[in-house]
Design a protein around this ligand. Structure first.
Ligand code: GAP
Length: 448
């Protein structure tokens, strides 16, 4: 599978707009920097990514439960977590063009007035570097002022720490156990970019896994491998994935180890997800600041301790982008080139498309009965009767639909349909009464 590397990102961006995956936000007003809306196929893609994450992290595990905590919390939360004091980038301003740039990234930035020059290399003078906090501020209630000031959360993780005791008691969990959450986070990123890779509003899938301190290393290794494997199981090309352990000088002061699952994007290797050992730092800090004892008492051993935490933290949008990039292929066929997205069927926005071979002889009616049957069986199903059958297959290939079902003369006479597989383009005859089971098995048996 040869992938043209040069303008792959441009092709992905264009396909996303054309097919309704991703649109620029506020587009009719000229947009708003690096903010995106997800269209009909994009929301399905995000939903499938979320479901795949949640299934692996919560549904399939007896030792992890879910949570949905508030985006706006008491501002003291962010003082205690260190985000008010430390969640910042060093920034410089250009006195001439008023551009603001990360001081540690000037070699990759461009002057706003002369894009071929770097900031400071044009005739504009740069200010001294100043720390710029990445949290968005807002005010709560009818009166604006410091008393009503609050932050939009920059990570979902803190909501989990705040609810440690609630979950421990209500769900009767005992370490080792985890609390998982999917939700929006907000960061006033100075250098967002590469389409939806880094945006100011994004969704995270985070899980805090609370363990007895002596089990930290064992669970860290477990979650590193499990998260790496999750991407492979969901079809990401293994040679484009790597696990990178952080050097000591990259670690936060409270962290004993951290590793990133990285992907080789068209713009280079980049972080897809991080797995961190956060020790007992967060629970201890929140205990001290709130006065609520966030410890675990083991009734059997009579031991009382603050659990250590292993945190796998990924971005749902970044995962979706990675699935899109990795799935994209322009495949040279005998007579032409087809654009195809080789999504894992669990990730594909549409799982199955149903076509009547022609728009007559009762075929559309039969095809619609099959659509109803597949929707009742919870397959994300599309129906298309427009254009020649070959064109319809290609339309589905381009959005990554793994299976197409065609209703033809045999269906009317013998209750069999033709199932066409996206990747091999092979076709098989399947009885309508066996179609749901057949597709279910094909989804589960799919291999890249
Ligand atoms: N609680 C730990 C934490 O938030 P992080 O590395 O800052 O760690 C975790 O974020 C993941 O969230 C990243 O690996 C990335 O996938 C995603 N992420 C972070 N910032 C993002 C942004 N500005 N846009 C899109 N995704 C982002």
């Amino acid at each position: 599978m040869a992938k043209p590397k040069s303008s792959l990102m441009d092709k992905i961006v264009s396909l996303c707009k054309r097919k309704g995956f991703v649109f620029q936000a506020s587009e009719i007003y000229g947009g708003i920097g690096n903010t995106y809306d997800y269209g009909p196929l994009g929301v399905e893609l995000l939903r499938k990514v979320r479901e795949a994450w949640w299934n692996a992290m919560v549904t399939a595990r007896p030792d992890v439960v879910g949570l949905d905590s508030a985006i706006i919390q008491n501002p003291k939360v962010w003082e205690t977590s260190g985000h008010v004091g430390g969640f910042s980038d060093p920034m410089v301003d250009c006195k001439k063009c008023k551009g603001r740039f990360r001081a540690d990234n000037l070699e990759h930035a461009s002057c706003l007035e002369k894009p071929s020059k770097r900031p400071g290399e044009c005739d504009g003078e740069l200010t001294e570097a100043r720390e710029f906090n990445l949290m968005f501020k807002t005010s709560v209630g009818p009166v604006e002022g410091t008393g009503s000031m609050a932050y939009l959360r920059p990570e979902t993780a803190q909501g989990i720490f705040l609810n440690f005791k609630n979950v421990l008691e209500s769900a009767r969990m005992k370490p080792p156990f985890g609390i998982a959450q999917i939700g929006k986070s907000f960061r006033n990123e100075i250098t967002p970019g590469n389409f939806v890779f880094r945006t100011r509003e994004f969704e995270q899938g985070e899980m805090e896994f609370f363990v007895p301190p002596a089990e930290e290393k064992q669970w860290y290794d477990f979650w590193k491998n499990e998260r790496f494997d999750w991407y492979k199981r969901h079809g990401i090309t293994e040679s484009k994935l790597r696990l990178r352990d952080h050097d000591k000088d990259e670690l936060a002061h409270y962290s004993t180890a951290c590793a990133d699952v990285e992907y080789e994007y068209p713009f280079g290797w980049g972080e897809l997800e991080g797995i961190a050992c956060r020790t007992d730092f967060d629970l201890k800090r929140h205990s001290e600041a709130s006065g609520t004892d966030l410890v675990y008492f083991d009734p059997q051993t009579k031991e009382k301790y603050t659990p250590f935490v292993i945190e796998p933290a990924g971005g749902i949008n970044r995962m979706a982008l990675t699935f899109l990039i990795d799935a994209y292929e322009e495949e040279q066929l005998e007579k032409d080139v087809r654009t195809v997205l080789h999504f894992h069927p669990l990730i594909a926005p549409t799982t199955v498309a149903v076509f009547p071979l022609v728009k007559k002889d009762g075929m559309p009616e039969k095809a619609n009965e099959i659509v109803e049957m597949l929707r009742m069986a919870r397959f994300t199903t599309d129906y298309d009767e427009k254009a020649a059958i070959g064109r319809r297959y290609r339309r589905q290939d381009e959005v990554g639909t793994p299976f197409c079902v065609t209703v033809d003369g045999d269906t009317l006479e013998g209750d069999v349909v033709t199932v066409r597989h996206r990747d091999s383009m092979e076709q098989e005859k399947v009885k309508i009464s066996e179609l749901v089971g057949y597709l279910h098995n094909a989804v589960m048996a799919w291999k890249r």
